[in-house]
Ligand binder design. Structure first.
Ligand SMILES: Cc1cc2nc3c(=O)[nH]c(=O)nc-3n(C[C@H](O)[C@H](O)[C@H](O)COP(=O)(O)OP(=O)(O)OC[C@H]3O[C@@H](n4cnc5c(N)ncnc54)[C@H](O)[C@@H]3O)c2cc1C
Length: 375
């Protein structure tokens, strides 16, 4: 018998939806609440590494993801010179195993829709546009009050509510994300034929310029700069800034830059990071995904780590009879792995900020090697 019969998952991002699918499939009664009224709103792309794809396959959505995304097995490093010279083509590691691609790019809202539909099919009861207002736990359960005034008692609450987690605060954890000093411009745009995988350009006037195909007809492209408050810019001004920054990058970037015309698809975000010290639970309330740890996307591992948290936690909840037997192995299997990814992601950024010539391929390879073993 599973350690829990009823679970509330707070937050329907990848972490929360994955946990909801796996627990509902395992026979647990799952409620999933999400603050946003619509999961399919406009968004950018996401880079999913093999270890993320391994969990998506476990969720039963791999075929759909493969059909809608764009898979590739190499990573290009290019120079910020007049030709966008290809410096090296790195064979990526199959972190999800040999039968899954190394990397797949995807349109975020499409991925959100696929996993949300799967959660409903698995039997999770999902409520959009709803948050919690109070958690009150005793030895046997958690009484949850929702923002609409309704109440419900659960065996367990999973806080999967992202980097600014309400759940984290509600259980008295005061760890907060810190800015790393960098900000990223991202745009969702048409894919020119010249883009068939991710290429990264390190250096030039910005720290990193890169792109990732997300489907036959689409890609997302990004430029990383010193973080600055860009909130006063209109979407059109944001588009202009991105086009100007992109002028320093050539090769496939020349094609991409020309296609940057839709201001509504440009977005600016600062890089942030945190790791909640172990354990990630307080009694019958636990954290997964960005609620527990976040990293700048320099290794494109945030979503993968969120999915791995959900997979490991669900497996433990379904195979241990007592909740007390879950937390030790959950920490053992997740804390060091996720922390290593966070530290590696930060290190890549630090080298750039301090203008140091670090061993970027070496760091990427060692993290990929660690991630190849299932979580
Ligand atoms: C600029 C940028 C680029 C990135 N690119 C990549 C990438 O290419 N590849 C990658 O692997 N990772 C990437 N990441 C990281 C990745 O997006 C996150 O690690 C991942 O989305 C975390 O998933 P999550 O489910 O834990 O949190 P989220 O995706 O943040 O989901 C949390 C959900 O909880 C909801 N919520 C919040 N508060 C409440 C509440 N009180 N009640 C109910 N619901 C609530 C939110 O609306 C949201 O839907 C990137 C991050 C950034 C900032």
């Amino acid at each position: 018998m599973p350690a829990v019969q009823s679970v509330l998952v707070v937050g329907a991002g990848l972490a929360g939806t994955a946990a909801a699918i796996l627990l509902a499939e395992g026979g647990v009664s799952v409620d999933l609440v999400e603050a946003k009224p619509d999961l399919g709103a406009l968004g950018s792309g996401i880079t999913l590494q093999g270890n993320a794809l391994r969990v998506l396959r476990q969720l039963g959505v791999w075929e759909e993801v493969r059909e809608q995304g764009y898979a590739f097995d190499t990573l290009g490093l290019r120079a910020p010179d007049a030709a966008g010279t290809l410096l090296v083509e790195l064979e990526d590691q199959h972190t999800g195993g040999p039968d899954l691609p190394c990397t797949l790019g995807m349109y975020r809202p499409a991925l959100a829709r696929i996993v949300a539909d799967r959660a409903v099919a698995a039997g999770a009861k999902s409520r959009l546009g709803l948050t919690c207002s109070a958690l009150d736990q005793d030895a046997d359960g958690v009484d949850v009050t929702f923002a609409d005034g309704s109440t419900q008692r659960y065996d367990l609450v999973i806080g999967a509510d992202g980097i600014r987690s309400w759940t984290r605060q509600a259980i008295g954890i005061d760890t907060e994300p810190r800015t790393t000093g960098m900000g990223i411009w991202r745009v969702f745009a048409p894919r020119p034929e010249s883009v068939t995988r991710t290429d990264l350009y390190y250096g030039g006037p910005s720290y990193i310029a890169g792109y990732c195909p997300t489907g036959e007809d689409s890609l997302y492209a990004y430029i990383v700069e010193d973080y600055q408050d860009r909130s006063m810019l209109s979407p059109e001004e944001g588009l202009t800034v991105m086009r100007v920054l992109a002028k320093a990058y050539h090769g496939p970037w020349d094609d991409i830059r020309e296609s940057l015309t839709d201001a509504s698809r440009v977005n600016y975000t600062k890089f942030e990071s945190h790791v909640v010290p172990a354990p990630w639970n307080r009694g019958r309330v636990t954290l997964i995904g960005d609620a527990a740890h976040s990293c700048p996307p320099t290794l494109a591992q945030g979503a993968a780590q969120a999915l791995e948290d959900a997979s490991v936690l669900s497996e433990l909840l379904l195979t241990r009879e007592h909740l007390d037997d879950v937390w030790g192995p959950y920490t053992e299997r997740r804390f060091t792995r996720a922390s290593t990814v966070v530290e590696g992601s930060l290190q890549l950024g630090k080298w750039l900020l301090q203008r140091e010539r670090g061993d970027v391929p070496g760091l990427m390879a060692s993290i990929s090697h660690m991630l190849t073993a299932p979580a």
